[in-house]
Design a binder for this molecule. Structure first.
Ligand code: F6P
Length: 344
């Protein structure tokens, strides 16, 4: 059979490891592989589906980004989008598709399956917010970027006795900020799942100063809510093809830093990590699990499965319906958030 590979949505370190795994396992089982360029856009325009050869996937394991390119194109927003996707794939002789993506990409993959086209997904998003799976490609590397940033910011915050506000990605979930904050020793972690009044932030900073801690590192997730600051946030108008607000436009890091300086008089600076969390070479964890899930996806699709996705659960590979993975946003549980209160 001819297997198509597609990478959709925000890019993430580890995508190329997954592409390599899907292709190499397919070749080993005697199948052909096509690469779909630029996410779902590659299934809606001509000339964006090409043969992938063993040479094409050589040396890409440590490479960030995706050799196929990606987009936030949503076929469901296009007229006859899903039938057109299927027609384009079949026109290129593709018998089954492995879309690698997050909730948006995989929601379209579920519709493809429902329309009768053989589809097996692979979970990817630095946000780590897909239900059912403990692992999403890109999350571990993003946490590493945040950790290194906090380590670096500790030395300059300490030198100047400053408050450092760090804004992390994660969309509507706080996984990147939480895990990066724990690993990087943040003094306060503010995430969308648990609202924090500005008064609590101010009181916390005064308490630390009273204890002789002359600098503080606060990490705030881009989607976090601080009631007193909501009215100042911008960005609610600009949305992508899946209806997501561009949360970076809210500017919560800047707004929080200004509010802290105004309320406390403590010198405060802000670092917005932005797409640094999406760039660079994948961590070993991302390489290993992108490989394991990519190989699993091929074995499922060549064995006739469709509408399913290999995930990591209890440290091993399991298989669940794609619909289960996109059913709801996986949010940080209270007991994990409470762990952070020990160290602040
Ligand atoms: O979904 C991954 C993600 O990095 C989010 O954390 C972030 O809000 C969004 O993508 C940014 O989207 P874009 O790369 O389109 O600016």
């Amino acid at each position: 059979m001819r297997i198509g590979i597609l990478t959709g949505g925000g890019d993430a370190p580890g995508l190329n490891a997954a592409i390599r795994a899907v292709a190499r396992r397919a070749f080993q089982l005697g199948h052909q592989v096509s690469g779909v360029k630029n996410g779902w856009a590659g299934c809606l325009e001509e000339g964006l589906i090409d043969e992938l050869t063993p040479a094409d996937v050589r040396g890409i394991l440590p490479l960030g980004g995706t050799i196929l390119g990606t987009s936030r194109t949503n076929p469901s927003k296009e007229q006859n989008g899903i039938p057109r996707v299927i027609r384009t794939l079949r026109h290129h002789g593709v018998d089954g598709l492995v879309p690698i993506g997050g909730d948006d990409t995989l929601s379209v993959a579920a519709k493809l399956h429902e329309a009768g086209f053989r589809t097996v997904g692979v979970p990817k998003t630095i946000d780590n917010d897909l239900s059912a799976t403990e692992f999403c490609i890109g999350f571990d590397t993003a946490v590493g970027v945040v950790t290194e940033a906090l380590d670096r910011l500790h030395t300059t915050a300490s030198a100047h006795h400053r408050v450092m506000v760090v804004e992390a990605m994660g969309r509507d979930a706080g996984w990147v900020a939480l895990m990066g904050g724990i690993a990087g020793g943040a003094d306060m972690i503010i995430i969308p799942e648990f609202e924090v009044p500005l008064s609590d932030v101010v009181a916390h900073l005064y308490r630390r100063r009273g204890e002789g801690k002359l600098f503080s590192i606060i990490i705030v997730a881009e989607g976090a809510h601080i009631p007193e600051l909501e009215r100042e946030q911008g960005g609610e108008s600009e949305k992508d093809a899946f209806g997501h607000v561009r949360l970076a436009k809210r500017g919560i890091g800047d707004i929080l830093a200004s509010a802290i300086e105004h309320e406390t008089g403590f010198e405060t600076r802000v670092t917005v990590l932005g797409h640094l969390q999406r760039g660079g070479s994948p961590s070993p964890v991302d390489r290993i699990w992108a490989t394991r899930l990519g190989v699993a996806a091929v074995e499922l699709i060549v064995n006739g499965q469709s509408g399913v996705i290999p995930i990591r659960r209890n440290g091993d590979v399991e298989v669940v319906p794609i619909a289960e993975v996109v059913a709801q946003t996986r949010r940080v549980p209270k007991e994990l958030y409470e762990l952070t209160q020990v160290f602040v």
